[in-house]
Design a protein around this ligand. Structure first.
Ligand code: NAD
Length: 490
């Protein structure tokens, strides 16, 4: 059944003033929701309403522990509807239900974490260097635009909303056009939790129109963006003109390193999970596996057996590990990369072609694919595919390995599989990356900052400092001198 959605703009549930469009269930192409896109005028209305709402006593008058209470209620609201939200998220982007349940739990955890951080964050009394008391206070920066991609909507949106609200900022969310549902549900949960009207708005529709309008809007004081690197660079350019801060969580081409002494059971499971979970539609997908030549053959054999045993299928089933890709257009882009890799001289070890059968033919499925024989410089090994495609590369020498891992425009994450903690430390220090996973992969904690270096972005989400990204510092000097300043005494 097709759901008819409305959205929350400036405190009012209504249709956007843009065209009606439908969103598809990637597992069978059926239209699961219809809604009107927002327009540029709606974006302006949302921002103006947010600016007005943030100054009203109902929001500006809240002490941190009172804002924290609202965030705790949001966490509880998400948990109360956890199964329903997980099912809706599955319909939105086709991820397996086991994974969407984890995303919903993570979103609730994010609100809970930032509620706690909100009421325990302290300002500073700085050491005085004269007859005055100095302090530096954090103030909410103003209206925040949160722009999110389609791959993990509820988690990405929570990671922006929770710290922004904790900091005292209103949030206008621009979800990916094809996955608007979770942002709309979070707005509903926020309203039920008691977040005042105007503090949360959601603008479904086209990024080039609405995202752009938000980034350029003079009252938007910070953009928190997750998405592709080229869009992120465009946002950074516009932000520079406004002298506006941005956090950019962008793409990746993360290396995973398997050393000669690695526990191969762990390494094989970790590499499979790193690239094939979420069907590879993950910024942190471990898409380049560098395996020491001494264990390469054994590793490859076990990797291929593992890839062949993965359960690719109906995302509604508990046991499914990989669902369909998000859309037909995205699957075609993945297919073009596989064709490119083969044209560049790569050898296909598994996958590489659509699967037959009624289930697979209805949805946008693509099997786990492994290609070897390509140098690190090949385009297929350098560029983000955002699909279930792994490049397998042997290595011999540690210095050469480090050079190859770093020889890539991205720097989001890496995995290191070894029993030698000194080597892990050495490699971790040498790799240009935002996150290092040692003998594990794709693990996340709300309390640990996340973000990239190089073309993977700038700024950090999560962690207590994640709140400070949404604040500006104001410093006070309180004069304690008994006599007038020497100038006036002159
Ligand atoms: P995308 O960049 O196409 O879109 C992301 C969001 O930006 C969407 O809401 C889109 O509508 C909006 N947008 C598009 N054009 C815009 C513009 N000109 N101005 C403002 N907003 C605009 O990315 P996508 O295809 O939705 O998602 C996939 C990408 O996201 C991948 O590159 C992936 O690596 C990246 N990603 C990064 C992280 C991370 O944390 N680093 C996490 C998930 C996804």
């Amino acid at each position: 059944m097709t759901a008819r959605l409305q959205t929350l703009i400036g405190g009012r549930w209504r249709d956007g003033s843009g065209p009606l469009y439908g969103t598809e269930y990637p597992a069978d192409g059926s239209v699961v929701a219809e809604l009107h896109a927002a327009s540029v005028a709606d974006a302006d209305e949302a921002v103006q309403a947010a600016e007005a709402a943030r100054h009203r006593p109902s929001w500006a008058g809240l002490k941190p522990h009172q804002r924290a209470l609202l965030l705790h209620r949001m966490a509880a609201g998400i948990r109360d509807r956890a199964e329903e939200l997980a099912q809706l998220q599955r319909l939105d982007n086709g991820k397996p239900i086991s994974e969407t349940r984890a995303l919903v739990a993570s979103a609730a955890g994010t609100f809970q974490y930032f509620a706690a951080a909100c009421e325990t964050l302290e300002d500073q009394v700085t050491p005085a260097r004269g007859d005055y008391l100095t302090m530096s206070l954090h103030e909410p920066i103003g209206v925040v635009a949160a722009i999110t991609p389609w791959n993990s909507p509820i988690a990405s949106e929570a990671q922006k909303m929770a710290p922004a609200l904790a900091a005292g900022c209103p949030v206008v969310i621009k979800p990916a056009e094809i996955t608007p549902r979770m942002a709309i549900e979070l707005a509903r949960i926020g309203e039920a939790a008691g977040i005042p009207p105007g503090i949360i708005s959601v603008l479904p529709g086209k990024g080039a129109l609405l995202g752009d309008a938000l980034v350029r809007h003079p009252l938007v004081k910070r953009v928190a963006f997750t998405g592709g690197t080229s869009v992120g660079l465009g946002i950074a350019r516009i932000a520079a003109e406004k002298l506006m801060g941005v956090s950019l969580e962008l793409g990746g081409k993360s290396p995973t390193i398997v050393c000669a002494d690695a526990d191969l059971d762990h390494a094989v499971a970790g590499v499979l999970f790193g690239i094939f979970s979420s069907s590879g539609e993950s910024c942190i997908a471990g898409s380049r596996a560098f395996v020491h030549r001494s264990v390469h053959a054994a590793f490859r054999e076990r990797l291929l057996a593992g890839a062949g045993a993965l359960r690719l299928g109906d995302p509604a089933l508990e046991a499914t590990q990989m669902g369909p890709l998000v859309s037909g257009a995205h699957r075609e882009s993945v297919e073009r990369y596989v064709a490119l890799g083969l044209a560049e001289g790569g050898q296909l070890l598994t996958g590489g072609a659509r699967l037959a059968g009624s289930l697979y033919e209805r949805g946008y499925y693509y099997p786990p694919t492994v290609i070897e024989g390509l140098p690190n410089g090949a385009r297929m090994v350098q560029e983000e595919i955002f699909g279930p495609v792994l490049a397998l590369l042997p290595w011999d020498d540690e210095a050469e390995l480090i050079a190859q891992c770093n020889d890539n425009p991205y720097g989001l994450a890496c995995g290191i599989w070894t029993r030698d903690y000194r080597r892990a430390w050495r490699l971790g220090a040498a790799l240009q990356t935002g996150t290092v996973w040692v003998n594990t992969y794709k693990q996340f904690s709300s309390s640990t900052p996340f973000g990239g270096v190089k073309m993977s972005g700038t700024g950090r989400e999560k962690g207590r400092l994640g709140i400070l990204e949404y604040t500006t510092q104001k410093s006070y000097y309180w004069g304690l001198n008994e006599a007038p300043l020497p100038w006036s005494a002159a």
